[in-house]
Design a protein around this ligand. Structure first.
Ligand code: SF4
Length: 101
């Protein structure tokens, strides 16, 4: 299978059915790794704060600074989470949090 063009990729992003896209991805993986090898990385999302001022209507994560369950992790807490990840062989971190003012 030849590598798809940028135009073909954009067409898939805009128009492809999700199941069909999954089937295509699986077929490509089998083509590249016919022995059934699937790889992955161990990663962790670290939510350093849930305080946010944006108030997106769909979001159940954010809190305002005055809320009882609002938090900001300390550097030590973040270090501990990173150490936990490293201890299990993790290699990737996503820092994610509210838009704290
Ligand atoms: S945390 Fe992200 S998604 Fe949630 S209200 Fe803030 S900006 Fe929006």
């Amino acid at each position: 299978m030849a590598r798809m063009t940028s135009e073909e990729a954009l067409d898939l992003i805009l128009n492809a059915d999700l199941k069909e896209l999954g089937k295509m991805a699986s077929a490509r993986k089998k083509e590249l790794h016919p022995n059934g090898v699937t790889t992955f990385v161990v990663d962790r999302n670290i939510n350093y704060t849930n305080i946010c001022w944006v108030d997106c209507k769909f979001c159940a994560f954010y809190r305002h600074a005055k809320d009882d369950d609002a938090y900001i992790l300390t550097n030590e807490q973040i270090d501990e989470k990173i150490d936990e990840l490293v201890a299990i062989g993790g290699t990737q971190i996503l820092f994610q949090g509210g838009g704290s003012p």
